[in-house]
Design a protein around this ligand. Structure first.
Ligand code: ATP
Ligand code: MG
Ligand code: MG
Length: 554
């Protein structure tokens, strides 16, 4: 087995295993805030944490970081759970920061008693004006030295909703001169008289992220808490809080940071994705153009392709932009192994095989997947009248045009060699039909000499009397520029690609009539398609997952 070199996160763990940790101490978590659907950036974090869980045989919790009742909803909790499962991971425990509200409150009371926290009754503007600058110390709040008794009384009143929402906050009493601005008496609690998706109206105060996150890790005995780089300056505060609630010598969680992953031609921020939904630029969070896990799933991505993508870009220390072409490569590669080959014509041109008997039909054998023998085969009907693609025929063309032209032959995939003899045109000169003859001895797979005959060019086709009409949704990049957020003067919505969705009609072979939502196919020579959930008994709808880069080599 090939030994892969360790990424820097694995190196941290290996170091810890050599010093103060044993394998059974290891525990990780994936901590989404349920304020939107998961996106491809989250997939990196999911694959990192759950991947470490598998590698070290350690539990991984799914923890909902639900400390802001204004934005969090149960629908998001449900979608996050289904996305993580669909990606193929299993969590040890389903946890909620909101389950720790009482414990966090009790600890906050302990901090007040220890002189480590105080109630500040200034406005947020006043507090902001006292923060100082990185080079200049801040100014202490006039409430910084409130008595413990008064702090306890006010904090309880805050909790019970007996004060105005803006009247007070609870602050940690740390160091107004710290070179790390985050250590200058950060807010631990604010009053919000709002119902929470799980705790209802039980709480009128809600903990801030910094106070809740590390303590949640500690409560769950998480050993390593991996977060994105913007939390690096928060690490000192994370440690300060955990130190307040743990016993000396006790194993406490470590926060370590890795770089956010961005994807070109899209946005990976739940807030911005929510805007696309609210402004109806896309139809829903799982619109196939969205970089959400559910959008990618509906587009036809497989869990394996997303995991391969996350693993191949790896874990980094610096933020960067990954070209969406790499994600497309991953799904193309996976579907090449898995997707049955079928035929569908997007832009039909009628072909009549003049020497094929009228009213006759036959069923030919089509290999499902040349990459996978076990995929078997299916039958395709052939008849006198067929559709081919408009662009596959020209009356005259250069020698490099290996498709159908007058007087020349091509092979119809899984069928016969045909020769274009004549065209039928309307008054304006548009071609209505191409009349061809076929070589009856040339049937693919028949073993005859004619069947082995090499002709340049193989075309896909469908038999007109058997063809099934389908709607095809052709997707392109949602944004026409690589980074729609790069220009800070402009709104990212200004860069939406107006042609990100084109709906058209196609004719597909009857084998597809029984296809179910999420079934994936390669439409030969065109691309990978997946059955959309809008499909009904009498209407097939396909989403184009990704185009094929290569045509058949013949
Ligand atoms: P967003 O701005 O999209 O809301 P977030 O970081 O606020 O992102 P969370 O729900 O808090 O979203 O994220 C859960 C976990 O996923 C966190 O550990 C976060 O750092 C990680 N994560 C989020 N976005 C990315 C990304 N683009 N690349 C890697 N990890 C990410
Ligand atoms: Mg967050
Ligand atoms: Mg966020």
């Amino acid at each position: 087995e090939e030994k892969k070199s360790l990424n820097f996160i694995e190196q941290i763990i290996e170091e810890d295993l050599k010093t103060d940790y044993t394998l059974s101490d290891l525990k990780f978590r994936f901590p989404p805030e349920p304020n939107g659907f998961l996106h491809i950036g989250h997939a990196s974090s999911i694959c990192l944490n759950f991947g470490l869980g598998l590698k070290y045989n350690a539990p991984v919790n799914l923890r909902f970081d639900d400390t802001n009742p204004l934005k969090e909803e149960t629908v998001y909790v449900d979608s996050i759970k289904s996305d993580v499962q669909w990606l193929g991971f299993e969590w040890a425990q389903e946890c909620y920061a909101s389950d720790y509200f009482q414990q966090l409150y009790d600890w906050a009371v302990d901090l007040i008693k220890a002189g480590d926290a105080y109630v500040d009754s200034q406005t947020s503007e006043e507090m902001a004006s006292q923060k100082g600058t990185p080079t200049q110390p801040g100014t202490a709040s006039p409430y910084r030295n409130r008595s413990v008794a008064e702090n306890l009384e006010l904090f309880e009143a805050m909790k019970n909703g007996e004060t105005g929402e803006k009247a007070h906050v609870l602050r940690a009493k740390i160091d107004m001169a710290s070179p790390n601005m985050i250590m200058r008496d950060p807010v631990m609690y604010r009053c919000l008289h709002k119902a929470h998706h799980r705790t209802g109206n039980d709480w009128m105060i809600y903990p801030m992220y910094d106070w809740a996150h590390g303590e949640s890790d500690f409560i769950e005995s998480v050993s390593h808490s991996f977060c994105t780089l913007e939390f690096l300056p928060h690490r000192e505060l994370y440690n300060w809080f955990v130190e307040r609630v743990s016993k000396p010598g006790e194993l406490v969680p470590k926060q370590r940071e890795f770089a956010r992953r961005n994807l070109s031609h899209t946005v990976v921020s739940k807030r911005k994705l929510a805007e696309l939904v609210e402004q109806k630029i896309v139809s829903s969070w799982d619109d196939p153009r969205m970089p959400t896990i559910s959008g990618l799933r509906r587009r036809g991505y497989t869990p394996e392709s997303i995991r391969t993508f996350a693993d191949s870009i790896g874990i980094g220390k610096r933020e960067n932009m990954i070209d969406v072409a790499h994600l497309e490569f991953c799904v193309r590669d996976d579907l090449n192994q898995k997707a049955p080959r079928v035929m569908g014509v997007m832009d039909p041109l009628k072909v009549v095989i003049t020497n094929y008997p009228e009213g006759q039909e036959e069923w030919l054998t089509a290999e499902n997947n040349p990459e996978d023998e076990s995929a078997g085969e299916h039958e395709v009907p052939f008849s006198r009248e067929l559709y081919i693609e408009q662009e596959d025929f020209k009356e005259e063309a250069s020698r490099k045009f290996f498709r159908l032209k007058l007087g020349k032959e091509v092979r119809l995939k899984n069928a016969y060699i045909i020769k274009a003899e004549d065209v039928v045109k309307d008054n304006e000169g548009n071609i209505l039909e191409v009349h061809c003859t076929y070589d009856a001895e040339s049937k693919s797979g028949s073993g005859t000499e004619a069947s082995q005959r090499k002709v340049k060019g193989t075309l896909h086709w469908v038999s007109i009397p058997h063809a099934v009409e389908a709607e095809v949704r052709l997707y392109d990049r949602l944004f026409s520029v690589e980074d729609p957020t790069a220009d800070k003067e402009k709104d990212f919505l200004d860069f939406v690609n107006p042609e990100s969705l084109q709906v058209s009609k196609a004719y597909v072979e009857p084998y597809l009539k029984s296809a179910k939502a999420e079934d994936k196919f390669q439409f030969q020579r065109i691309g990978y398609f997946c059955v959309d959930r809008d499909t009904t008994e009498d209407k097939l709808v396909f989403n184009r997952t990704v185009t094929l880069r290569d045509n058949w080599k013949n």
